[in-house]
Write a protein that binds this ligand. Sequence first.
Ligand code: WTA
Length: 659
Amino acid sequence: MTDTDPETASAFTSLLTESRTFPPDPAFTAQANAGVELQEEAERNIEAFWAARAAELQWERTWDHVLQPGGSGTASWFVGGRLNVAVNCVDRHVESGHGDQVALHWIGEPGDTRDITYADLLSQVSRAANALESLGVREGDRVVIQLPMIPEAVVSMLACARIGAIHSVVFGGFSPAALRARVDDAGARVVITSDGQFRRGTAAPMKTNVDEALLGEPAIDAVLVVRRTGTDVPMTPGRDLWWDEVMAEQPDSHEAQAFDSDHPLFILYTSGTTGKPKGIVHASGGYLTQAAYTHRMVCDLKPDTDVYWCAADVGWITGHTYIVYGPLANRATQVMYEGTPNTPHQGRHFEIIQRYGVSIYYIAPTLIRTFMKWGEEIPDGYDLSSIRLLGSVGEPINPEAWIWYREHIGGGRAPIVDTWWQTETGAIMVAPLPGITATKPGSAQRPLPGISVRIVSEEGRPEAPGGSGYLVVDRPWPAMLRGVWGDPDRAKEVYWDRFAAQGYYFAGDGARYDEDGDVWLLGRVDDVMNISGHRISTMEVESALVSHIAVAEAAVVGASDATTGQAIVAFVILRASVEELGANLDAAVKELSQHVVTEIGPIARPKRILVVPELPKTRSGKIMRRLLRDIAEGRAVGDTATLSDPASVSAIADSFRAR
Ligand code: WTA
């Protein structure tokens, strides 16, 4: 939290008056994995409840304690227990006779396909685990993975898990500079990447970005390069190795050892309220328990009959928990698609659903709104009757998109689960239970059985139905973050200090209760933007902008956007006039935009950059982002009473409208 009352007030103002509800279809209820008894079980004895969920995994040694408070506000789960996460996701399914079941129906963007069974996955993960060990990777070592949506991404992650190495997956949309910062922060020894990736019908580079990121980086022992596009790439002797060549030399069996429940499984960097992303650390036993449980109950997975498709990227937490760990722990058969939804045509997703008989489809609201824009005649032209459940994640889903999703993708019958959670929570926290909950368009509704959240006031007092405030988690949960990599106190400062007296985890989201006590998320109350479901902090973009020599000061806001949820709008003050800098305004703006892409990556490219003479500031010198948001969203500018120079705001508003 960096802002006080007036700044956050707008986040709490919800204009929603949505009152439709959709009771569960009795036919769905009859077959649902979840039942009302789940909540009763959790209320009876919370530790016994989670122990029963953990017991569905395979442990080499059972835990001594379900839960033990740890440092930094977090807790250790299943203390004393030992397990191997990869064995849980792969080996045990082969051992139980399901080796021939397809784990991944993979579809490349150009149309090539691969079906990978659990037996195939076991042999590939085993080879990759052997390969990493042959490169000297040991328990606790960090491996950075930057790969497109190809099976090797899943194989690499599981291979790390199998040998107790900690993976840090970096989304392909991050720049070399952002990748370098993550490699350095984690102290990685090995990087896994590919020659290139297919995006929008063309082969884009990947390995050359990695090379740029690793320039003069002595700590890297090896770069493993998966052949995907066949692009010619320079290979650094003594460091770079072709994945297929290394894999071919390795035996396809590997003896896995078990690790402590609290052993770190992965680091995933996410934006917070500072310019520097935080490496969120997740551990093994608790994380996998909640990943598998939530996936089974919220996605209602039936491993023998469902075809499940989560269209996230493995570079984000949704890909980690709901492509890799949750579904594979539950023996799902899933679809994995490499490319963009409109390549080669706008019906691509629906064609895949029809072809593979996808029954569970889990995507972000930004994609739903994009489909709406493209037109309902596109999904209406395909047979989507296999769909029986729809999921939404990453941002608040507006009721209009919810209804459209239900009608045009879900055939007016499939329940929709709007799932609220975060990189830090590791797994779903608030969501309807399909078949149990009467759903409401736009509401994530209730904490799952075993999870407890509240909406509280500024002072931490619980709100009553109808009230709004900050969303907090008031009890430890198994998939909770285990800290911030390399910074033992940071998690406590960021997430627990805000409500230290009450011991609440502060999520950074505003929320309200409706009269029934259901939860409606209202967006971030801090300086984190949500662009197409990607978390980017205003500070990160600001520090990228001011790192350009021509920029004196920058203020960035997330402005509402009909498709992407929010869009990045930047206001910058230049060091000298544009003329003095020897440029024209358009060229300057273009260059600054490109500079942000270079520093962070294409996902952070501002939608608009406005060069301004001044920024609105309070008398104490704090930038009033609320006013900039008003301008960027075309609203009448709010209260300017506390400004040092009220006239500056109308000048900015005028030039924003003029351009
Ligand atoms: C937002 C993504 C409303 C929220 C899983 C949260 C949501 C941030 C929802 C975490 C939802 C995620 N409704 N808002 N169903 N799901 N959010 O870490 O602001 O990438 O704090 O995790 O996304 O984003 P992250």
